[in-house]
Design a protein around this ligand. Sequence first.
Ligand SMILES: Cc1ncc(COP(=O)(O)O)c(C=O)c1O
Length: 403
Amino acid sequence: MLDVGRVRQDFPILRRGIIYLDNAASSLTPEPVLEKMLEFYREYRANIARGVHCLSQRASEEYESSRRKVAKFINASAPFEVVMTRNATEGINIIANGLNWRRGEKIVTSLIEHHSNFIVWLRVRDRYGVDVDVVKPSKPLEDGLFEVSDFEKAIDDRTKLVAVTHISNVLGLLMPVKEIADIAHEHGAFFLVDGAQSVPHIRVDVQRLNCDFLAFSGHKMCAPTGSGALYIREELLDEVKPLCIGGGTIADVGLDFYELSENVSRFEAGTPAIADVIGFGAAVDYLERIGMENIERHEAKLTERMYEGLREIPKVEVYGPEPKYRVGITSFNVEGLNHHDVALALDALSRIIVRSGHHCALPLMKELIRRPGTVRASTYLYNTLEEAERLISAVEEITQKMA
Ligand SMILES: Cc1ncc(COP(=O)(O)O)c(C=O)c1O
């Protein structure tokens, strides 16, 4: 079981009396992660893979140790399947820019994607004459949206890539990714999962998921900002051309040629965010110590309470399916009030920190929610049931005073 009181002591920022419910944007960072980053700066600060001296050796070892931890965390079959990135967006862009697109091929994605897993495909369409098919859900918002058959209709033998989110960053709903993977592979397509909202909150196993690519953010899972990762299945490493090349990516260079390294480092040009990657490894250790299953169970309780509590308030509309189809995220609006005003009021009156806006998911806002934005409360391991209750009563108060 998760001891929230104990966990909260690791997050000094919580002592400031805030209720932090903007975890889908970025999570807070615990002391062991901060300590590990400081240790790098204090004890062995040097560049990696560039020196024989002891500091560089230690920094390189710690950096590679993080890669091993991240790879194990998602059950990759080897560390070289994991590229350390700055964020999930960079990982998706590596795939979009690295695959060899041919006119007439097709990309299948969905209407509920974050822009980072959407506009990149539109740009591939515009550059290479590839078609983009945006799957629209056949079920209403409250029923969990997608049927597997929605994807079955869209994916065909022309499809080179299917790219979908694992969990919606607006609705918290889980996509049937395993089933979509099977359909994609039946048609010889690659399958990319945007795991930005899933890897931090539920156990994600790339082998069980059967995905070819998985992009996710370290900074949403207790690691520092500027950290993320991209999983590329071993057999596909040569299918993807690096986005940037230069120092750190080569096997050999002459006056008129260069040969890229066979190593995964060919995807990590230049000096990487060393302290952030090392912090990412410490964050994985931290989450593993607590247990992903414990985190998932804990968040399920919070999500259920928030969903039920907010839905009971007159004038509040909660978007998306019932809690059993969702993880960690509750989006809502208050009738007659702008979403930003609600977020500002929550901050000003109750020190509750939530996100408001379109959440980088404008197609979803325009086509399904049909509002310019929502208020989004998103949980993590350090949130408490009492905080969920405080949110519910604060929203209730706002509807009474302002709406
Ligand atoms: C579903 C989803 N995909 C991608 C991203 C982009 O993540 P990052 O900011 O780490 O690039 C986010 C960020 O909120 C997200 O929620």
